[in-house]
Design a protein around this ligand. Structure first.
Ligand SMILES: Nc1nc2c(ncn2[C@@H]2O[C@H](COP(=O)(O)OP(=O)(O)OP(=O)(O)O)[C@@H](O)[C@H]2O)c(=O)[nH]1
Ligand SMILES: [Mg+2]
Length: 325
C-alpha cells in the first residue's frame, strides 16, 4: 500500500538531513510522525522513525553533559514564522515590540535579549509569528540558534545602519549561517540545493531616523537578497515591513463558503503558494479531502463565479471555495 505522504513530510525529511543536534533531530522526527497519515501503508515507516527516536535518546544520554547544549523549540503558530537574528544592539527586540505589540526589554547595551521571545504580528486578517533572538556575537553563536533558524519559514537579518561595528559584522552573520549549512535566498528565488538548506530571507537596516541610509544598494548586490530600511519611529517604514514580512512567507489566503451563504472573509485558510483544491480540503480535515465530490470557485477579477473546478486546480490568493462532499 503506498504511503501517500504529504509535501510537508518531505520538507521535514530534508530538514532532518541538516539538523545538527540530537534534540533538534528528535523534534523533527516527532513532527514527521505527527504529519504522516496513519494507515497500513505507513506502519513500517512509523515504526522505523520511532526506533530512530529511541536510538537518538540513548545517544543523547551517552553524551557528556557539556555537549547537551540548550535546546529551544518554538512551535509554529499563525500564517508563518519569521526569525529575527543579528548582532547586539541592532534593534531586533524594539522592532518586534513595535510590530507585534509586545513589551520585551530593550536597551542600549548588548545582550538585552537572553533567550528566544515570541510575538504575533497582525497583518490584515492573519497573524505572523516573529521570534526574537539573543544577539550573534564573536563568542556567542550557538548551534541552537541555528536550529531555530533552520526550522523558521523566513529569516530577517537585522543590523543597525548607524553602527559601523554592526555593518562590518554582516559577513560574520552569513558565516555563522553557512557553518550551520544555511544559505539565505531571496523570497522570490527558485534556487535549489542539495548541499545547503535554503531559507528565504532579507536584510533589515534599522535606525534610519538618526543617520543616512547608505548601505542598501551595496548589500543587495553583495548578498543577493532584498534589503529594507526601517525606523521604529517612522510609521510608513514599519508598515512596509509588516507587508513584506507577510509576502515573504509565500502563502495564499483562501476562504470557504457554504452553499447559498456568503463567505466568511475574516477567517482565511492559509496555504503555501501553489496549493490545490485537494490541499485546501486536506488542511480542513483529512476525511473532508477523502470524501470530496467537487468544489466551486469564486475568483476576484476573473469571470470565475461559482464554476466547478477540479481537485487539482491551483488556488490563488483570495479565492473563495465551496466544497461539496
Ligand atoms: N533611533 C532609533 N533607535 C532604535 C531603533 N531601533 C532600536 N532602537 C534602539 O536601539 C537600542 C537597541 O535596541 P534593541 O531592540 O534592544 O536591540 P537588540 O538588537 O534587540 O539587542 P540585543 O538584545 O542585545 O541583541 C534600544 O535603545 C532601542 O530603543 C530605531 O529604528 N531608531
Ligand atoms: Mg534584543
Amino acid at each position: 500500500m503506498p504511503a501517500n505522504l504529504p509535501p510537508l513530510y518531505y520538507e521535514k525529511e530534508k530538514l532532518l538531513r541538516f539538523a545538527q543536534s540530537i534534540p533538534e533531530k528528535i523534534e523533527i522526527i516527532q513532527e514527521m510522525i505527527a504529519i504522516m497519515p496513519k494507515h497500513k501503508g505507513t506502519d513500517r515507516l512509523q515504526a522505523d522513525l520511532r526506533a530512530k527516536i529511541s536510538r537518538l535518546k540513548k545517544d543523547f544520554k551517552k553524551q557528556p553533559a557539556t555537549r547537551r547544549t540548550d535546546f529551544y523549540h518554538i512551535p509554529k503558530e499563525g500564517a508563518g514564522q519569521c526569525v529575527f537574528i543579528g548582532p547586539p544592539n541592532a534593534g531586533k527586540t524594539h522592532l518586534v515590540n513595535v510590530l507585534a505589540d509586545t513589551k520585551y526589554p530593550v536597551g542600549n547595551y548588548p545582550f538585552t535579549t537572553k533567550k528566544p521571545d515570541v510575538g504575533m504580528m497582525k497583518y490584515q486578517n492573519v497573524q505572523v509569528q516573529i521570534v526574537d533572538m539573543p544577539p550573534l556575537y564573536d563568542d556567542f553563536h550557538p548551534g541552537w540558534i541555528m536550529g531555530i533558524v533552520r526550522n523558521a519559514d523566513v529569516v530577517a537579518l537585522i543590523f543597525n545602519g548607524c553602527s559601523e561595528k554592526n555593518i562590518q559584522g554582516i559577513p560574520k552573520v552569513f558565516q555563522y549561517l553557512e557553518e550551520g549549512n544555511i544559505k539565505i535566498i531571496s523570497p522570490g528565488s527558485n534556487e535549489t540545493s542539495d548541499e545547503l538548506l535554503l531559507k528565504k530571507g532579507f536584510i533589515i537596516i534599522t535606525h534610519i531616523d538618526i543617520c543616512e541610509e547608505k548601505h542598501s544598494e551595496s548589500l543587495k548586490k553583495k548578498w543577493n537578497i532584498p534589503v529594507l530600511s526601517v525606523s521604529i519611529y517612522e510609521q510608513d517604514t514599519v508598515k512596509k515591513l509588516n507587508k513584506e514580512l507577510f509576502s515573504s512567507l509565500g502563502v495564499i489566503r483562501i476562504y470557504t463558503k457554504r452553499p447559498h451563504k456568503e463567505a466568511d472573509l475574516t477567517e482565511p485558510v492559509v496555504l503555501k503558494e501553489g496549493s490545490t483544491v485537494m490541499d485546501a480540503a486536506y488542511h480542513i480535515h483529512k476525511d473532508f479531502a477523502h470524501n470530496l465530490k467537487f468544489a466551486r470557485l469564486w475568483r476576484r477579477g476573473e469571470e470565475k463565479k461559482g464554476i466547478h473546478i477540479s481537485r487539482n486546480e491551483i488556488l490563488k490568493e483570495g479565492d473563495i471555495i465551496e466544497f461539496h462532499i
